[in-house]
Design a protein around this ligand. Structure first.
Ligand SMILES: O=C(O)CCC(=O)C(=O)O
Ligand SMILES: [Fe+2]
Length: 252
């Protein structure tokens, strides 16, 4: 099992969990160790090399851990599982591992949210984003909408901030604070981990043409109980014996 530390010491206790639950996301700036960043970079380059020969429906980017042994070894990494359990509680399953490689000029992504047990707030689903490259506002940067996760709406969609404001956001306030909803453009240093509840509305600004590639990967975990649409793993991979991942790979 891979026990090499990948996170520096960081705080994520009750106070931080309460902020995650209020906002829908939580930043852990620069906590990835240089060693982990280096290993992740070789995995990204490996995944990138496989893309030209990718088969339809089974992209190395979407099934990243199936194509790279280091990415696979992180699924049961004790520090990731510990963080996932601080968010979700003891009973968790692995859901997916997807690389998010955005070269200079990449178009980014419009506003969207993701599904999981939309009608049952007791079943959580958290994305753990590893931003090996950092990002600035307006340059491959993640944008968030604090409070949006509390609606558990898996179908939030808008091409632009304006369309989100006049569309989905119109007339809504933060269910916990009563404040108007407000778009937040994030900016983080290299080696940052971001936690995000799956129903949180998010978008990615275009990467500037003269910026380097933004290298990132997401590991997602959830409480078992429902089917999951984002669970990109093959039946073979589900059955594979990954040391330390016993009990984590099944749907339920
Ligand atoms: O590329 C990113 O920063 C986020 C991509 C995204 O929307 C996701 O992984 O759910
Ligand atoms: Fe997303």
């Amino acid at each position: 099992m891979n026990h090499t530390p990948i996170f520096r010491p960081y705080e994520f206790g009750e106070k931080e969990k309460a902020l995650l639950d209020r906002d829908g996301h939580f930043l852990l700036p620069g906590i990835l160790t240089p060693g982990a960043c280096k290993r992740l970079m070789s995995s990204f380059l490996h995944i990138q090399d496989l893309l030209p020969s990718a088969v339809e429906g089974h992209k190395p980017t979407h099934f990243a851990a199936e194509y790279d042994s280091y990415l696979e070894s992180l699924i049961p990494h004790p520090q990731i599982l510990d963080l996932a359990r601080r968010v979700l509680g003891e009973e968790i399953r692995f859901d997916h591992c997807v690389t998010m490689i955005r070269p200079g000029g990449n178009a980014g992504a419009g506003w969207h949210s993701h599904e999981y047990a939309d009608d049952d707030p007791n079943l959580g689903f958290v994305r753990i984003f590893f931003y090996v490259s950092g990002f600035e506002v307006g340059d491959g940067g993640l944008k968030a909408l604090p409070g949006s996760h509390l609606f558990r709406d898996a179908n939030i969609k808008a091409e632009t901030d304006e369309a989100l404001k006049t569309g989905w956001m119109a007339g809504k306030t933060h269910p916990m604070t009563g404040e108007p909803l407000e778009i937040q453009e994030l900016s983080v240093p290299a080696g940052t981990v971001i936690l995000m509840w799956t129903h949180a509305a998010h978008a990615v600004s275009p990467r500037r043409a003269n910026s380097g590639t933004r290298w990132a990967v997401v590991y997602a975990y959830r409480n078992p109980g429902r089917p999951s649409r984002a669970r990109w793993l093959t039946p073979e991979f589900e059955r594979k014996r990954i040391p330390g991942a016993e009990g984590l790979m099944s749907l339920y």
